[in-house]
Design a protein around this ligand. Structure first.
Ligand code: UDP
Ligand code: MG
Length: 327
């Protein structure tokens, strides 16, 4: 067997006081087993990223770190930066201390037992291991329907994502360093990681129900996420406007010729209704086109500002403390 390498888990937490103790206990158990099997080093850590929670989340994280510093670390963000930013904050913070990192939600929907296989795949030479859901039996019909629709719509719109993969994934240190070179502010990690390349593979798992607490992704946030994903990764919607515009042009040319023939043959009572319809149609199309263009301009606006994507207020980690002293 190879020498054990260092695994960091990055867990974004937003108002997760209801699940945190359970998540921590299960992960600690898993880490103990992995260490005994010699799959991960003693320096491996579980890092909870507190994303500006309003409840006791940070307090619980601090207590976990104080009681078992060999297992738990914590990052406290200065404000709520959002799921994707919280994950990135964690990954970028740990990338110098780990050989591989796994990002996972705090609510235990991702199967902790898939971690063994992910780590094994890493040792086989994979730089990225995607956790892919094999079943969605526990999701409500609505969640299942919207989530699967999301992946289908995304790929139809030209943003390549791994089907049924969310943010449960392993990345090697090498990949994390490359991810650090992506400067965009509108984060959509599951679209960015495939762009990095390197050898990758999938690990399948069954997605469980949220252990406790409520989903922090209501429909409104999910829609915003989908729009962000599409507009960050593809210019297909812009192309569609061009296509529609071209078709409209061809149609109106045909209509013009038809109107001209009608005029010549003397039946020229061209109706008010057709005029009204075309005004509405063209007005609608123009608004749609403006809306889509506005979407991209909004993106450019956010990108050119180059704001920091997250701000770290505190980092509790015994390993990192040791390192910063010696380096
Ligand atoms: N989360 C976060 N910041 C936010 C919203 C969510 O860090 O602003 C975290 C949350 O604590 C959880 C993960 O992101 O660990 C996924 O959220 P959730 O389980 O609510 O989403 P769902 O599984 O319902 O899509
Ligand atoms: Mg969840």
């Amino acid at each position: 067997m190879q020498t054990a390498e260092t695994l960091y888990m990055v867990i974004p937490c937003y108002n997760e006081e209801a699940v945190l103790h359970e998540t921590a206990a299960r992960l600690q158990e898993k880490y103990t087993a992995l260490r005994e099997k010699g799959m991960i080093s003693a320096e491996s850590r579980i890092v909870f990223v507190n994303d500006g929670s309003k409840d006791q989340t940070w307090q619980i994280i601090s207590e976990l770190h104080a009681s078992a510093p060999d297992f738990f670390s914590g990052i406290n963000l200065a404000h709520n930066a959002g799921h994707q930013n919280a994950v990135l904050a964690g990954l970028m913070t740990v990338k110098e201390q780990c050989d591989m990192a796994i990002s996972m939600d705090a609510d235990l929907q991702d199967d902790i037992n898939a971690i063994d296989e992910m780590v094994a795949k890493y040792y086989e030479g994979n730089q990225v291991v995607y956790g892919v859901r094999s079943a969605r039996d526990t999701d409500t019909f609505f969640k299942k329907f919207t989530a699967e629709g999301f992946y289908k719509f995304m790929s139809a719109m030209g943003a390549d994502v791994v089907y049924n993969h969310a943010d449960f994934r392993l990345m090697s240190r090498r990949v994390l360093q490359e991810l650090g070179n992506f400067r965009e502010v509108n984060l959509f990690l599951r679209g960015m990681v495939p762009l990095i390349g390197f050898q990758s593979c999938n690990v399948y798992y069954e997605r469980a129900e949220r252990f406790a607490g409520e989903s922090k992704y209501p429909l409104k946030k999910m829609l915003a996420f989908a729009i962000n994903g599409i507009t960050s990764f593809s210019i297909k919607p812009l192309r569609m406007i061009t296509t529609i515009g071209l078709l409209m042009f061809l149609l109106s040319t045909a209509a013009f010729i038809w109107a001209f023939i009608v005029k010549l043959t003397g039946h020229s009572e061209l109706g008010w209704s057709s005029t009204m319809c075309s005004i509405w149609l063209i007005g609608g199309l123009q608004l749609l086109a403006l809306g889509i263009i506005g979407e991209y301009i909004g993106k450019i606006y956010a990108e050119v500002k180059q704001r920091p994507r997250y701000i770290i207020a505190e980092y509790l980690n015994t390993e990192a403390d040791g390192k910063s002293e010696t380096e």
